[in-house]
Design a protein around this ligand. Structure first.
Ligand code: GRF
Length: 204
């Protein structure tokens, strides 16, 4: 049974989707929910599911390496086989990523490699995209780079605001991330596709 640590900074809805899926015949179980933000709403959600939680507040540390060595101390106790970043809003150093290379996933709210970084919904609207989406990928030293494990697609509608896109996308994230984790946990690298037909589109 693979041990999964989930890192969050906010509401933790993706964490909760992952936790709710890791039951029964699922090859993995959550062993820790870890946050940098003592006010993260996801802490209460994790506790309600009976999952051990920890907070390593990045504001308590003089620099990124000191923060990350405290993160690593907590992570080493939990001994995860897989780390899922789920709305974790801190940039990680190459050293931290190297330490967990091959074991760490992230969900990013764009169809990578489009729109790496922040404000992805606004940038998709600015570019006049017809579709938008999210990507689960392995975390490597390249920000929002790394091998793609799955993607979900949503339509962009006239008059959409960034919040409209975020709201339409979130339920798709909650389908994509659990499906991608299930495959990653058994070494299946077949990419997950959610929301786009993978069958030839019938002629109209
Ligand atoms: C989601 O929009 C996700 O795309 C991004 O941060 C948000 C996380 O939300 N990574 P939650 O904390 O999982 O609810």
């Amino acid at each position: 049974m693979k041990r999964v640590a989930i890192l969050i900074s906010g509401g933790g809805s993706n964490m909760e989707a992952l936790v709710n899926d890791m039951q029964g015949d699922h090859p993995a179980r959550p062993v820790l929910v870890l946050t940098n933000n003592p006010d993260a709403g996801g802490l209460a959600k994790a506790a309600a599911h009976g999952i051990p939680t920890a907070c390593v507040n990045h504001r308590d540390f003089p620099d990124r390496p000191a923060f990350e060595s405290a993160l690593n101390e907590v992570l080493q106790q939990a001994a995860p086989d897989i780390i899922c970043l789920a709305g974790f809003m801190r940039i990680l150093t190459p050293e931290f990523i190297a330490r967990w290379q091959g074991k760490m996933l992230n969900i990013h709210p764009s169809i990578l490699p489009l729109f790496r970084g922040l404000r992805t919904h606004q940038r998709a609207l600015d570019e006049g995209m017809a579709v938008h989406g999210c990507t689960v990928h392995e975390v490597t030293g390249e920000l929002d780079g790394g091998p793609i494990l799955g993607q979900a697609v949503i339509p962009v509608r006239d008059g959409d605001t960034p919040d409209d896109l975020a709201a339409r996308l979130l339920p798709m994230e909650h389908r994509l991330y659990p499906a991608a984790l299930r495959r990653f946990a058994v070494g299946d690298r077949t990419k997950v596709v959610v929301g786009a037909s993978t069958h030839p589109t019938p002629h109209p």
